[in-house]
Design a protein. Structure first.
Lengths: 491, 612
C-alpha cells in the first residue's frame, strides 16, 4: 500500500478497532486512538520530508477507478499545500487525543466520532477526485453535531444546531456548483487534475465561482457568515474545538483554493476584489468584537474569525497578480500556523476550564501564580495570535500584509493597523485573568497545574510554533513550488 | 575564534541561558542566576573582542525565500554596532550582577533572570542585525521582553497596567515601522542594510523624494514609540513600576535607546529627506523640553529619571536630525552610562530606605550611603552637563550641530531644556544630600547591609565610566569614521552659562541652608499643574483614544449580536415557525381534508376552464 492510503487508513483502521472494542475498555480505546494518531503523524512527517518541493506538482498519486460510467475514482495525490495541511491535521489529531485523555463520559462514542471527523479531514486534503472530495468534506462536517451536542457545555443544543445549519447551507451552495462544474466540463470525469486543465467558459466561471467561494467560505469563517464558529467553539469540548478551529476551518479555505481558484481561475479573478474586501472587513471586525468578549473561548472564537480573514484575504490577493506569490504563500502558511495556534489555545483553555469550571475572564485574576505552566502556554499562543516574531504566525501575516500593501495599499494599511487591535484583546486577557492580584477563590487550583504527560500535547504545539517561527523555510520551501504552479494561470 | 563563531556566541549565549533557565531551572534559582550571569559575561567578552578586532565585512546567510523576496540573517559589524554592542553588553551585565542583591529575596528569581537573558539576546541581535526585517523582528522581541520585565511583579495591578501600556503604545509605533519596512522592500527589493545605505544604488537613489519622506517618517513613527518621544512618551514614566534594575536596563542603554540606534543605523536615509528631518527636529525639541518640565515637578526619584530619559532621548534625536551622526551616538553612549548609574543608585536608596520620594530619601539619611551618593552626584553632574564629565562633551556636540546654521528656534529650545536639565538634576541631588534634618535612625529596618558588594560593584564601575566617558569622543568619532571637530570656548559659552544658571537656581531653591525646598515653579500654579499632569497627554488618551476604540468595539459587538446573529436566528426560527404552521394542516380531520380538496379542485377547474 502506498503512503497516502496508509495515512488515510490510520483513522479508518482505528475507527474499526474502536467500534470492535467493548465500551468499558476505555484505556484500550484511548491507546488505539493515540497510537493511530502517532502513526499518522510519523507518516505525515515522512510525507513532508519526502515530498519533492523542487519538482512541485502532484506526487504520490494513487488512482483506482470506481464508478467508471460517471468517471469517479479513488484518486489520491498531494501537492505542497496538502502536504503541510496533512501534517497539521496529524499534529492536531495527536495532541487532541492526548488532550481528551481524561474524558470519562461515553469514551468509545466520542473517539469514534472524532476518528470519523479526522478521516474526513484527511480525505479532503488527499483526494483529487471531486466526488470523494465532497464526500469526505461532508464526513468531516457531520460528526460535529453529535460531538458538540453530547460532550459540549453551555448552550450546546443551540450551538450544535446553528453550526450544522450554517455548514449545510454552505454545502447546499456547493453541491449544485460542483455538479455544474462536472457537467460543463463535458469530460465525464470527477478527476480534479483533469478538470483544472479545462478552460471553462468565462461567463460560466463568473456565475459559479461565488457558489463555490461562499459554500466553502462559510466553513472558513468568512464574514458575515461566521456566526456559527464562535458559538460552536465555545460549546464544543476541547479536542473538538481544537480540530474544529485548528483543522476544519482550513477545509473551507483549502476548498476555495482546490476547487474555486484551481478550476475557475477567471471567476476567481473577477470576484477577488469583492471577496478580498469582505475578508479584510472580517480581519478588523473580528478583532474589534474580540476586544469586547468576556469569555475566554469567545475571545479565541472571534480571533479565529479575524485570523482566518487573513487566510481568505491572502487567497483573494493571490489571484490578482501583483504579489500573488507572497499572498498565497502567506495564506497557506497562516492555515498551518493558525491551526497549531488555536489548537494550543483550546487545549489550554479546556484544561483550565476542566479544573476551574469557569471560562469567564473576569472570574480570574493572578492565575499566573496558581497555574504558571498552563498560563505560560496560553501566553505563547496569545503572543502568536498577536503576531509576535519568533512564532509561526508572524511570517504568514508578514507575507499577506506585504501582498496587501502592494495590491491595495489603503486596505493593507487598515489591516496592519488591525495588529494593534489584536494586541489589545490578547493583552487584555493576560492582564485581567493571568496577572493582577491573586484571586483566592482559585487557590485550590495550585496543585492542579499541567504536570507529567499533560505537558506533552502543549509542549508539542509550542515547539511547532517556535520551530517554524525560527525556521520558516521548512514550510515555505514546500509551499513555494506549488504556489508557482497554481499561479501560472494568473500571469 | 573566527568572527562568525564569536558573534554567534555573543548573541546566542544569553539565549541559551534563557532556554536553560526557563525550561529546567525554575526550582534552582541560584543555578539560574549563575547560568544567566555566565551568559552575560560571555556576551560582554565576545562584544569586547569583536570591538577590539575592528570592523569586518557583513556576514549574511539566507534565511528563507518566498517568491522574489529573500530574507537574510546576518551580522553587520561596523563601528557603530560594535561600540553600541559593548555598551549594551556591559550595562546588561552590570544590571545582572546588581540584581543579585536587589532581587535577592524575590521568590520568582529564575523568571526574572531568564527574562533579563531573553532581553539581552533580543537587544544584541537587534544591534548587530544586517537585514532590516531581522532588525524589525528583534526590535519586536525587545519590546516583548520588556513587557515581561516591566510587568515582572504581575500581582501588582499598577505593574501589569504599566506593562500593558508600554506594549500597546510601542505597538502603535511599530505599526508605522512595519509599514515603513515593507515599503522599503517594495522600493528596493531587498532588506540588506548596507545595500540600502550605499551612496550608489542605495535607497536614497532608488526612491523618489516623496517616497523616501514617507518611508523615513513611518520608520520615525516606530522610533517615537520605542524611544518614548512626544506624543507616545507616556508609557515610559509608568514603566517605572518594574523593578529598578529593569528600569536601569530598559531606560538607559537598551530598549528606549533602540529607537535612537535605529535612526543612527539608517542615518543616511534620514539625511535624504529634508521634510523628515524638519519634523524630527520639531518632535525631538518638543520632547526634550516637555519632559524636562515634567521632571522638575516630579517627587519620585525614578520618575525624575524617567522624564529625564525621555528628554535626553530627544536631545540625541536632535543631534542626529541636525545632521551629526557623531553627536547623537556620542550622547547615546554617555547617556547609557550615566543614566544606568543614576537608576542603579536610586535603586540602592529605594532598596534600603523603601521609599521612592526624594525628600524622604534625604530625611532617611540617603547621603550616608556612600557609593549611592557618590554615584548620584557624578551621574547627576554628567547628566546636567558639568565639564569635564560625560554628558558635557556629548551635549556640546549636539549644540554645535544645532548651531551649525546660526541660532535657530531649535537651539534656543535645546538651551532651555539644558537649563531645566541642570535644574531638575541638582534639585534631585540637593533633595537627597542636603535635607533640612536627618531623622535619627533609618526609617525602615536595617535588614541588610545598605550597599552589598553585588550592588556596589556595578555602581562603582559605572561611576568611573560616567566620569571618563567624555574623553572617548575622539575614539567614538573614529569608530564611526568621522573627524571630530574641536570647539572653541566661545562656542561652548552659552551651554556652560545655562548649566551654571540651572545649578544656581537649584541651589537657591533646594540647596542652601535657608532654602524653602519648593521649586520656583510653585509661584506659577497653573504651569505647575500642567507639568505635574504631564501636559494632560494621558488624560487626552484616556478621554479620547481609549474611549473611541472601546466604543467602536462596543458598537461592532452590538452589531454582531443584535444584527447579524439575531437575524440568522430569526431566519432559523422562521423556518421552524413555517414548519409548525404547516403542521396544523395535518390535523387528521377527514372533513377538513375533503373540504380543502373540493375548494382546491374547484379553483383549479375554474382557472383552467377560464384559460381555455
Amino acid at each position: 500500500m502506498q503512503l497516502l492510503s496508509e495515512i488515510l487508513l490510520c483513522p479508518v483502521g482505528a475507527l474499526v478497532l474502536v467500534l470492535l472494542i467493548p465500551a468499558r475498555a476505555v484505556q484500550a480505546i484511548r491507546w488505539v486512538c493515540a497510537l493511530s494518531a502517532l502513526m499518522a503523524g510519523v507518516l505525515s512527517v515522512q510525507l513532508w520530508r519526502t515530498y519533492d518541493a523542487a519538482a512541485g506538482g502532484f506526487q504520490f498519486v494513487e488512482i483506482i477507478p470506481w464508478v467508471e460510467e460517471v468517471g469517479i475514482s479513488y484518486h489520491l495525490a498531494v501537492d505542497g499545500f496538502s502536504t503541510i495541511l496533512v501534517m497539521l491535521t496529524s499534529i492536531v489529531f495527536f495532541t487532541g487525543v492526548l488532550t481528551m485523555w481524561d474524558l470519562e463520559i461515553r469514551v468509545k462514542e466520542f473517539f469514534a466520532f472524532m476518528l470519523l471527523l479526522v478521516t474526513g479531514v484527511y480525505g479532503v486534503f488527499l483526494s483529487q477526485d471531486l466526488f470523494f472530495f465532497f464526500l469526505f468534506y461532508e464526513v468531516a462536517v457531520v460528526p460535529m453535531y453529535p460531538l458538540i451536542l453530547i460532550w459540549g457545555s453551555g448552550n450546546r443544543e443551540y450551538a450544535a444546531m446553528k453550526l450544522v445549519l450554517f455548514l449545510l447551507a454552505g454545502s447546499a451552495l456547493l453541491f449544485p456548483a460542483l455538479l455544474a462544474i462536472y457537467h460543463a466540463s463535458g469530460l465525464g470525469t470527477f478527476n480534479m487534475i483533469l478538470l483544472a486543465q479545462k478552460a471553462f467558459d468565462p461567463d460560466f466561471q463568473i456565475f459559479v465561482y461565488p457558489f463555490v467561494f461562499l459554500g466553502f467560505g462559510v466553513l472558513a469563517g468568512l464574514f458575515p457568515f461566521h456566526g456559527w464558529s464562535p458559538t460552536g467553539h465555545v460549546a464544543a469540548p476541547s479536542a473538538v474545538s481544537m480540530l474544529h478551529a485548528g483543522v476544519l476551518m482550513k477545509l473551507g479555505a483549502y476548498g476555495i483554493l482546490a476547487v474555486g481558484i484551481r478550476l475557475l481561475p477567471v471567476g476567481a479573478v473577477y470576484w477577488a476584489p469583492t471577496f478580498a474586501t469582505l475578508a479584510a472587513i472580517g480581519v478588523v471586525y473580528g478583532a474589534f468584537v474580540a476586544i469586547r468578549q468576556t469569555d475566554f473561548k469567545f475571545v479565541i472564537g472571534f480571533s479565529s474569525v479575524s485570523h482566518m480573514g487573513i487566510v481568505v484575504l491572502g487567497l483573494n490577493l493571490a489571484v490578482l497578480g501583483k504579489a500573488g506569490q507572497d499572498a498565497l504563500n502567506g495564506a497557506v502558511f497562516q492555515m498551518f500556523a493558525h491551526g497549531i495556534m488555536t489548537a494550543l489555545f483550546f487545549s489550554t483553555v479546556g484544561f483550565i476550564y476542566d479544573r476551574a469550571h469557569s471560562k469567564t475572564i473576569a472570574d480570574f485574576g493572578g492565575l499566573g501564580s496558581q497555574m504558571p505552566r498552563a498560563v505560560s502556554v496560553f501566553i505563547v499562543a496569545g503572543l502568536c495570535g498577536a503576531g509576535v516574531p519568533g512564532l509561526a504566525s508572524f511570517w504568514a501575516e508578514l507575507l499577506v500584509f506585504l501582498a496587501a500593501l502592494k495590491t491595495y495599499p489603503a486596505l493593507g494599511v487598515v489591516i496592519i493597523v488591525g495588529l494593534v487591535l489584536t494586541a489589545i484583546y490578547v493583552i487584555r486577557v493576560f492582564s485581567q485573568a493571568f496577572f493582577g492580584p491573586v484571586n483566592d477563590k482559585w487557590d485550590d487550583l495550585r496543585g492542579l497545574d499541567l504536570k507529567g504527560w499533560q505537558i506533552l500535547p502543549r509542549a508539542i504545539l509550542v515547539a511547532v510554533l517556535v520551530y517554524f517561527g525560527f525556521f520558516p523555510s521548512a514550510l515555505l520551501d514546500v509551499i513555494d513550488g506549488t504556489t508557482s504552479t497554481v499561479l501560472t494561470s494568473f500571469r | 575564534m573566527d568572527t562568525l563563531n564569536l558573534i554567534l556566541a555573543t548573541t546566542f549565549a544569553p539565549f541559551a541561558a534563557f532556554v536553560l533557565a526557563i525550561l529546567f531551572l525554575m526550582r534552582q534559582p541560584r543555578l539560574a542566576q549563575v547560568v544567566v550571569i555566565a551568559g552575560g559575561t560571555l556576551s560582554l567578552a565576545g562584544a569586547v573582542s569583536l570591538l577590539s578586532a575592528g570592523p569586518v565585512e557583513p556576514l549574511r546567510y539566507l534565511w528563507f525565500t518566498s517568491g522574489d523576496i529573500q530574507l537574510r540573517f546576518g551580522f553587520l559589524l561596523d563601528g557603530l554596532s560594535l561600540m553600541f554592542g559593548v555598551a549594551v553588553a556591559l550595562i546588561t551585565l552590570c544590571v545582572m550582577v546588581y540584581s543579585l542583591g536587589y532581587m535577592g529575596h524575590d521568590p520568582s528569581k529564575t523568571r526574572y533572570f531568564a527574562m533579563l537573558a531573553l532581553f539581552e539576546w533580543a537587544m544584541l541581535s537587534f544591534v548587530y542585525a544586517v537585514d532590516l526585517m531581522q532588525t524589525f523582528i528583534f526590535w519586536e522581541l525587545v519590546g516583548l521582553a520588556s513587557f515581561f520585565l516591566i510587568g515582572f511583579w504581575y500581582e501588582k495591578p499598577s505593574a501589569t497596567a504599566a506593562a500593558k501600556k508600554a506594549f500597546l503604545m510601542t505597538r502603535v509605533g511599530d505599526v508605522g515601522l512595519f509599514i515603513g519596512v515593507l515599503m522599503v522592500l517594495q522600493v528596493a527589493g531587498h532588506f540588506d542594510v548596507p545595500g540600502l545605505l550605499a551612496t550608489e544604488g542605495g535607497l536614497v537613489a532608488q526612491a523618489t523624494p516623496a517616497v523616501l519622506t514617507t518611508i523615513t517618517l513611518l520608520i520615525f513613527v516606530g522610533i517615537v514609540g520605542k524611544s518614548a518621544q512626544f506624543p507616545l512618551h507616556t508609557w515610559l514614566p509608568d514603566a517605572m513600576e518594574g523593578p529598578t534594575p529593569v528600569s536601569a536596563l530598559l531606560h538607559s542603554a537598551t530598549m528606549v535607546a533602540a529607537g535612537v540606534y535605529l535612526m543612527a543605523r539608517l542615518h543616511p536615509l534620514f539625511m535624504g529627506s529634508e521634510t523628515t528631518l524638519g519634523i524630527i527636529l520639531i518632535v525631538a525639541s518638543m520632547t526634550a523640553l516637555l519632559a524636562a518640565t515634567m521632571a522638575m515637578v516630579a517627587t519620585d526619584i525614578k520618575r525624575v529619571l524617567a522624564y529625564s530619559s525621555i528628554s535626553q532621548l530627544g536631545f540625541m534625536l536632535l543631534g542626529l536630525a541636525a545632521g551629526s551622526l557623531f553627536a547623537g551616538v556620542f550622547h547615546l553612549i554617555t547617556h547609557a552610562l550615566f543614566k544606568a548609574l543614576l537608576f542603579l543608585c536610586s535603586g540602592l536608596f529605594i532598596h534600603h530606605l523603601e521609599t521612592n520620594d526624594m525628600a524622604q530619601i534625604g530625611r532617611g539619611g540617603g547621603r550616608r550611603m556612600r557609593f549611592a551618593t557618590a554615584g548620584l552626584v557624578v551621574g547627576g553632574a554628567a547628566l546636567a552637563g558639568i565639564p569635564p564629565l560625560g554628558g558635557f562633551f556629548s551635549k556640546e556636540e549636539i549644540f554645535a550641530a544645532l548651531g551649525h546654521d546660526g541660532v535657530t528656534l531649535f537651539s534656543v529650545v535645546a538651551l532651555l531644556a539644558a537649563f531645566l536639565t541642570a535644574y531638575y538634576t541638582f534639585r534631585m541631588i540637593f533633595l537627597v544630600t542636603r535635607p533640612q534634618q536627618v531623622e535619627a535612625v533609618d526609617v525602615h529596618g536595617d535588614h541588610d547591609r545598605a550597599e552589598p558588594l553585588s550592588m556596589a560593584l556595578p555602581v562603582v564601575l559605572l561611576t568611573v565610566g560616567a566620569a571618563v566617558a567624555g574623553f572617548w569622543g575622539g575614539d567614538i568619532a573614529r569608530g564611526l569614521g568621522i573627524e571630530a571637530g574641536h570647539h572653541s570656548l566661545a562656542a561652548m559659552a552659552p551651554a556652560l552659562a545655562v548649566v551654571a544658571l540651572g545649578v544656581l537656581v537649584a541651589w537657591l531653591d533646594f540647596g542652601r541652608q535657608t532654602a524653602t525646598r519648593t521649586g520656583f515653579i510653585a509661584r506659577m500654579p497653573a504651569l505647575e499643574r500642567l507639568f505635574t499632569n504631564g501636559w494632560y497627554v494621558d488624560a487626552f488618551y484616556d478621554a479620547v483614544i481609549v474611549r473611541i476604540t472601546m466604543l467602536a468595539a462596543t458598537i461592532l459587538y452590538a452589531a454582531e449580536s443584535r444584527l447579524l446573529d439575531a437575524n440568522f436566528d430569526r431566519l432559523g426560527f422562521g423556518v421552524l415557525g413555517l414548519g409548525s404552521g404547516t403542521r396544523r394542516l395535518q390535523n387528521g380531520w377527514v372533513q377538513f381534508y375533503g373540504g380543502w380538496a373540493v375548494v382546491l379542485v374547484g379553483l383549479a377547474a375554474a382557472y383552467f376552464g377560464m384559460s381555455d
